[in-house]
Design a protein around this ligand. Structure first.
Ligand code: UDP
Ligand code: MN
Length: 280
């Protein structure tokens, strides 16, 4: 690959890939659980990790899962852009009122997801490193660019917005170049980083079923929507299942499921798990 800012190891084995991103060891912990869960679905697509800075040992541990590690640089955005999207500044002007972002979350790093448009695959499904896959989702490769599920975790109003934790894409250097030109304009502030940007860049985004990106707060806020047999991707937005956090007790069933997927042992059949309190 001759394009700049991206350094893949090895060759693609398939023309399709599930891709995630980890810019620090915490998200590498998440990525390992995600990859293990994807393997359990029997997919034949490549599993790709985009990473910026990780210890060599972390990368080689992840490589034992048979994944393809692709070193990428953060995007070549301007100083002004970087300052506008710095964690302290973003949290100050656009506070998160619904949940807590972990201390290891750096908003600017989110934009590195866009590097996947530089990959040598025909079709890609991106999944956040804080998600696990509970059933085969290879059918998502047949969905058009750009498909994503709604950002549902509180109310009907959520259906207006997409969640960028799961989406479909067709890599293309031309698309990547056009995205970067649009992304970094003088004074441009993307309040929810890549998510706000992708929504603006693909205003006619295609909707995926909510079950392809079930957000953990649905367990707390919309229990009637919870159907274990339908959930294909479970996404731990806000607080992460590998940290100690204030909502851990009320999300215990989901956290235990994540831990099972992160380990080597058997994983439970989700249909045997309890429903959230208050579910019909
Ligand atoms: N990410 C990362 N480093 C960061 C922030 C984010 O690698 O400092 C990646 C990681 O794949 C993560 C995704 O970007 O899952 C989006 O961030 P996060 O999942 O924490 O956001 P949320 O789903 O809580 O909105
Ligand atoms: Mn996430």
């Amino acid at each position: 690959m001759v394009t700049s800012g991206i350094h893949p190891q090895g060759k693609a084995r398939s023309d399709r890939a599930f891709v995630t991103l980890a810019t620090n060891p915490d998200y590498a912990t998440g990525a390992a659980a995600l990859f293990r869960s994807l393997r359990r679905t029997g997919t034949t697509a490549d599993l790709v990790l985009l990473y910026t800075e990780l210890p060599d040992q972390t990368v080689s541990d992840l490589s034992t899962l048979g994944i393809r590690a692709v070193h990428v640089d953060l995007l070549p955005t301007s100083h002004e852009f970087n300052n506008l999207h710095a964690r302290a500044r973003l949290h100050g002007v656009a506070p998160f009122t619904k949940g807590e972002k972990p201390p290891f979350h750096t908003p600017l790093d989110n934009f590195a997801k866009l590097r996947l448009w530089q990959l040598d695959y025909a079709r890609v499904v991106f999944i956040d490193a804080d998600a696990i896959v509970l059933q085969n989702i290879d059918r998502l490769f047949d969905y058009p660019e750009f498909s994503a599920a709604p950002n549902v975790y509180e109310s009907l109003a959520d259906f207006h917005r997409l969640n960028s934790g799961v989406f479909t894409a067709r890599p293309s250097q031309a698309t990547y170049d056009a995205m970067l030109a649009r992304l970094d304009q003088p004074g441009q502030f993307w309040k929810r980083t890549d998510q706000t940007f992708l929504e603006a860049y693909f205003p006619n985004w295609h909707g995926l079923p909510v079950f392809d990106n079930m957000l953990q707060y649905v367990w707390l806020n919309l229990p009637d929507l919870w159907r274990w047999q339908d959930i294909r991707v479970l996404h731990y937005q806000y607080e992460k299942p590998w940290e100690n956090h204030a909502k851990a007790d009320s999300l215990r069933v989901l956290i235990d499921l994540w831990k099972a997927h992160a380990g080597d042992g058997p994983v439970p059949d989700p249909r045997d798990l309890p429903l959230p309190p208050g579910a019909a």
